[in-house]
Design a protein around this ligand. Structure first.
Ligand code: KIV
Length: 296
């Protein structure tokens, strides 16, 4: 089966991820969890791809971690396309998913389809992600009918921050847990190939994971999901704001950048940079010649 689904060079495809989940049902001990991270630019995409991440999401979180907005709401389709193109150039193996930003799929169906197609045709995305459960049923089926694989996103959906009244854990009561389960089922029934579960109790995430035939990708949803995703800036220590408790920081690149830049400023200030070895030299001057000419 994997010969049919895999292009043979290790490229991860939508059927590969679905197959991993179905294999998990047969032999849970052999299940290979799905690794996902966000990226917003070419060098990061290359590094993640070469390190073996399965899925790269150009998340609209870029509005906050790259563009400095307070929320994701201001991000536009054009901004997302610009960053998706850069990530496309750095991604060979991983599945490339682009987030549809707020407003790009909330009004008119024809408009939503048109916007999603732009991610595929103009930026090389292999799938799109939309936030919301039951209320996205029709949209997700229309997109999948149009040959665009869709990743769902339920639980804490940051584009609903104003409606939710903040960034809070979802599904903590029996009622809201039931609604969340319905949302996850709806996303699957509509044809999504995977669903992100954000900020939900691990017990509920585990139940949804057992229930669904498509992979669940957790972020703040505990260890029992089929895969995990993090915002890469959180993982690398490149953020200025409070990071949620689920965002484990694996490196402190922010501190490394700060240190390197201070060192550079100090070296320039005291004449330590550039050195003679870091300078170009003019060719030997002809005897008696007084003028200096520019080395090419
Ligand atoms: O925008 C984003 O980065 C996301 C992930 C955190 C799931 O939606």
């Amino acid at each position: 089966m994997s010969v049919l689904h895999n292009s043979g060079n290790g490229k991860i495809t939508v059927p590969d991820l679905l197959q991993r989940k179905s294999q998990a049902a047969d032999s849970p001990s052999n299940f290979q969890k799905i690794t996902c991270l966000t990226a917003y630019d070419y060098p990061t995409a290359r590094l993640l791809d070469e390190a073996g991440v399965d899925l790269i999401l150009v998340g609209d979180s870029l509005g906050m971690v790259v563009l400095g907005h307070e929320s994701t709401l201001a991000v536009t389709v054009d901004e997302m396309l610009h960053h998706t193109r850069a990530v496309r150039r750095g991604t060979r193996r991983a599945l490339l998913v682009a987030d549809m930003p707020y407003g790009s799929y909330h009004a008119d169906m024809a408009d939503s389809l048109h916007n999603a197609m732009r991610f595929v045709k103009e930026a090389g995305a292999e799938a799109v992600k939309v936030e919301g459960g039951e209320r996205r049923l029709e949209l997700i089926s229309r997109l999948t009918e149009a040959e665009i694989p869709v990743m769902g996103h339920v639980g804490l959906t940051p584009q609903s921050v104003n409606a939710l009244g903040g960034y809070r854990v979802q599904g903590k009561t029996a009622d809201t847990a039931e609604r969340l389960m319905r949302d996850a089922r709806a996303v699957e029934a509509a044809g999504a190939f995977a669903v992100v579960l954000e900020a939900v109790p691990r017990e509920l995430a585990a139940e949804i994971t057992r229930e669904l035939r498509i992979p669940t990708i957790g972020i703040g949803a505990g260890p029992d999901c089929d895969g995990q995703i993090l915002v890469v800036h959180d993982l690398l220590g490149l953020t200025f704001n409070h990071t949620p408790k689920f965002a484990r920081q694996y490196a402190n690149i922010g501190e490394m950048i700060s240190h390197a830049v201070r060192q550079y400023c100090s070296d320039v200030g005291n004449g330590g940079f550039p050195s003679d070895a870091e300078s170009y030299h003019a060719p030997q001057m002809a005897k008696g010649r007084k003028t200096i000419f520019i080395a090419s």
